[in-house]
Design a protein around this ligand. Sequence first.
Ligand code: BGC
Ligand code: NOJ
Length: 837
Amino acid sequence: MRFGHFDDERREYVITRPDTPLPWINYLGSESYFGLISNTAGGYSFYKDARLRRLTRYRYNNSPLDMGGRYLYLRDNQTGKYWSPSWMPTRVKLDEYECRHGMGYTIIQSKLNGIRTSTRTFVPLGQSLELWQLTLTNDSASDSDLSVFSAIEFCLWDANDDATNFQRNYSIGQMEIVDGVIYHKTEYRERRDHFAYFACSEDLVGYDTIREDFLGSYRGWNEPQVVESGKSSNTEAHGWQPIGSHHVNVKLKAGESKQIIFILGYHENPKDDKFDPPDSQTINKRTVMPIIKRFLKSEEADQAFADLRTYWDNLLGKYTVSSPDAHTNRMVNIWNAYQTMITFNMSRSASYFESGIGRGMGFRDSNQDLLGFVHLIPERARERILDLAATQLPSGGAYHQYQPLTKRGNNDVGSGFNDDPHWLVLAVTAYIKETGDWGILNQPVPYDNQPGSETPLFEHLQRCIQYTLDRLGPHGLPLIGRADWNDCLNLNCFSDSPGQSFQTTTNKDGKVAESVFIAGLFVLSAREMAELVKRIESDALGLSKSQTSKVNLTFDLRPSTFYMQAASDMESTIWSHGWDGEWFRRAYDDFRRVLGSKENDEGRIFIEPQGICVMAGLGVDDGRAQKALDSVEMHLATPHGIVLQQPAFSKYYLHLGEISSYPPGYKENAGIFCHTNPWIMIAETRLGRGDRAFDYYTRINPSAREELGELHRCEPYVYSQMIAGKDAPTHGEAKNSWLTGTAAWNYVAITQWILGIRAEYDGLRVDPCIPSAWDGFEATRTFRGRVMRIVVHNPERVCKGVVKMMMDGSVVEGNLVPLDLAAGEHLIEIWLGVKNG
Ligand code: BGC
Ligand code: NOJ
């Protein structure tokens, strides 16, 4: 069953009933002001940091679901009937309802009692505010007399403190109400130089800023006393719970329409110009008034909306596809790319599953996210790389997380996740392949943000590799540390006390437990390093020898042969100790016992090493990769995706950690952890098995799962982190939508490996590995300033194998579109087929 449909033309998902299984959300904002908005107008807003600069309140884990948001109430003043045009929070049944989630905006439209409403909510580019454009239309035959009430609840900035420190917070709330604008200025009198404001384009009949006055005591948002009576209380909050509510009277003749604009915004004043007059405690509003006046005009709001559309047209125009599969097209052209941008902005901080007060920016997460958006916003990718590298430690290891506001490594979590550094190598090499910006390697970057410790970024990469070489275990495999990619495989934390952190409570010395996954990742990243260094060695490209000496490397530039050797040594170690006969093993525990082997009763086979080792090239030429992937198919694949491991852990194992803390089938304990599935898709393309790669792609493609709405439950337009595995009673149910590495990796799998269009140092590779049923596809890819129109023909219905390529009408050897093309557009035609001989 479906709860809506895609409108690909407008790049929207259209939700056609308000009672979706879970709130289906969207994101507003792309630079510094952000908001989450659900299909019933729930959600909240913040400036830069969801924890430290929260503008509005939201109560997680609540019943009824999704309480707190950008609410509007309409009241028919003749009958006294009132309702919410977004259904929540009154839940009065609407005659018509539709929510359109688009790229950075949401439009909720409905109709009741002859009144049609449409509310468009978005953040204008470059502004720290959101606009709600409400259009009311009287669709009935008679004149109407309406009251419109807005309602938000302010958060006292630090969302964590706001939800816990009531003894202080109930006394500090402060407001100003001037000319119909409601200002929230809690703590402005002391150390804050920022405030929030809530403005309305119309003259007000009244306003409210005290929650209890607006709702009435012991009443909820579903039946505010002010809305019921039609009379605002015009009171100013002191302490308790400050809210903002405007009351506007609208008289509409039959057929008449009217637009009302609300602005919710954040504003900072210069520290020495906070008050007006200067010796008062009144907010200086001279700096914000021009902004408010500007955006309360509907022409300005419309222009800002048009600019936002153009921004997304440009971004999403960088890679588009037209294939025989509608799900692929809409995910590549719209939603998957959009989701990667959201993960760029949010990392794992704020969603309906991440409270915004927990995790900072993950080192591993952000590096992987970058793989999905680097071609969309290369300049911002560069900045992100430098921020991440600056949190690296001199050892080559990294802080596992950093705080977006300070960009400092987070001491609570610390470091010691031994896979972390390798993701930086993958991110930087992807960035250079995309942009050709070799100069980034020369950029001085500190360690642990310590001034004076700077070395060229290139040396950071060398240290990434060295970090693992310095931490090898008894079999010569990499030591796992606190965990590898699988945060829940905690082989050095034997935790027997409730509430202890599995990740940070390390009580083994960490000198024994090893990870085959990191070994595979090492081979992958060391081979990337070798490729990179090869080009640095040759004077023709990027850094010449003399340039490298200029950049003052504090240890020797290791030759590419060093990295090739390191990779092949590690590969041999994997074959000796990480290969189980039918698949790759997962790890060795603190007792030197194997995990992910036929010797195990539970956790016999894991997905991660199969994906990463084959991606690194292991066994591709000798049948062992195929064996490993066939084992995945046999033991791990389900109709809803590939589970993380089998058999699930049926009980808690002290020596394995958090992985066995989850009930079977959920999360890392044999859930379909969607992040890992694209590794298998990519691995399948290494073997040329396009049918299988695409089959796996489709199993977890949210659009392809739209019909399963009642089972899947999360949004059908974005990936979720997890779908319950076959051991779970709710097999097929998704959780943790939006903020997941799944977005970037699926995007990489489909665009670079299945459609096969990927940036390389020397050009754009076109090497599709598609389903044999496809007769071809077309794509457009902007690469290094040129637009490539790519047409792929598949007359013999093969999965893989380019037999001919034409560029602008001439035949070219191979399948690499070279760099030295004239500016402008180029037509690349590719024929797949069976190679002769
Ligand atoms: C989750 C992991 C997550 C980790 C972050 C665990 O509880 O299962 O998916 O990465 O927390 O600390
Ligand atoms: C979610 C974390 O954000 C990610 O870094 C990790 O790799 C996965 N969970 C698997 O544990």
